[in-house]
Design a binder for this molecule. Structure first.
Ligand SMILES: [Zn+2]
Length: 373
């Protein structure tokens, strides 16, 4: 049984009218400890071509949790792994997700090594609020940008060879709270006797069977948000032969070790007709971006950014159908975020093919076209 503690930090910035008055509101979510965040210091807009008001908002996806129980297995066996040495050095992992850190996935939380309730320490020795973990967290949380990743079937792969010992996959998988406790998960017994568990999987996404031998890198499921989960992510947990938690970061068990801090990257850009009205809406963008909107509609814009640092500058710039910069929204951060979700919206003053450009620290990272009809 793993204890859970939830902390979701939220801040909202609202600007209305072309002259942009700015107010900052921080509010508490889910009864968790919240620190007011001043997110935006500089927001600007130009030119009267837009009759727009917009709302801009950001959320830090920080602490999730987590598990459940000891699994509520549908299917399980106890495998006799071939050569049980029970030595850490006999087990090396590849990453349980494909793709690059900061683009496909980012890490929000590592294992809590403090060993005491209400104390935090991660493998880098950071403690208290500086630790990238939460109380009694027994695994590593690999976050994906949003629920599109689940719709697009981001694969979870076996981190090392072994035998599948347990599978649970019949649970609802779009949770953004802790109301449901049972997750979908796969447990693999490795040849040295250790286990790895892959939790919060998409419903009915497990292509392997209990008792099956799997190779490192073999697909065993899809990232989801089943169980007690505030955001789609993979919880990856390692245990030794005595079922004690092992931190694969502290023990250098990854062949390619993930970075403690993700690089600054735009993980995803979401565009939809109409604004993103809530945080959950932002987490669940349409599978594909809209390519056109009506003149009367607003364009909803969602940014999913990993590895932000205080003083980083985000800019959304709009180029009008004549090819001229028409207006921009800018946000300068006042703190660090491992993963943050942002929403903007814009209402255009005329028809034609508009261009949306996204800049992170003055570097253009994404361009999209939207036809206003
Ligand atoms: Zn976790």
């Amino acid at each position: 049984m793993l204890k859970s503690k939830i902390s979701v930090r939220v801040a909202m910035v609202i600007t209305v009218s072309i002259w942009m008055t700015v107010s900052l509101i921080a509010f508490q979510n889910c009864g968790a400890d919240l620190k007011a965040i001043q997110g935006a210091e500089n927001i600007s807009s130009q030119e009267g071509e837009i009759s727009n008001s917009y709302v801009e908002e950001f959320y830090e996806v920080n602490d999730f949790e987590e598990v459940n129980s000891d699994f509520e297995v549908e299917n399980s066996i106890v495998s006799s792994a071939a050569s049980k040495s029970c030595r850490k050095s006999d087990l090396k992992f590849r990453l349980p997700l494909n793709g690059a850190q900061g683009l496909r996935w980012t890490i929000n939380n590592f294992v809590d090594l403090a060993g005491r309730k209400n104390q935090l320490r991660d493998y880098r020795g950071k403690t208290g609020r500086n630790a990238k973990t939460y109380d009694n967290h027994a695994g590593i949380d690999f976050d994906v940008p949003n629920f599109r990743a689940m719709q697009r079937n981001y694969a979870i792969v076996a981190a090392a060879p072994g035998v599948v010992e347990r599978i649970k996959e019949n649970q609802f998988d779009k949770n953004t709270n802790c109301n449901r406790k049972i997750w979908n998960a796969v447990l693999i017994r490795h040849n040295n006797g250790f286990t790895s568990t892959y939790g919060h999987l998409k419903k009915n996404s497990v292509p392997v069977k209990v008792g099956q031998r799997v190779k490192a890198g073999q697909k065993i499921g899809v990232v989801g948000s089943s169980g007690c989960s505030y955001h789609p992510h993979l919880h990856f947990e390692v245990r030794d032969c005595a079922n004690r938690v092992v931190d694969p970061m502290q023990s250098n068990m990854f062949r390619t070790k993930p970075n403690y801090n993700s690089p600054l990257r735009l993980m995803d850009l979401a565009l939809k007709a109409g604004p993103f009205k809530s945080y959950v809406a932002l987490q669940k963008p349409p599978l594909n971006n809209t390519k056109s909107i009506l003149l009367a509609q607003k364009l909803g814009i969602g940014l999913y950014v990993s590895g932000s640092k205080a003083q980083d500058l985000y800019r959304v710039r709009f180029i009008n159908p004549d090819g001229r910069p028409a207006f921009k929204h800018e946000v300068r951060l006042s703190k660090d975020f491992d993963l943050s979700l942002w929403r903007f919206d814009a209402k255009f003053g005329r028809r034609g093919l508009w261009t949306v450009q996204i800049f992170l620290n003055n570097k253009k990272v994404r361009t999209a076209k939207v036809r206003v009809r």
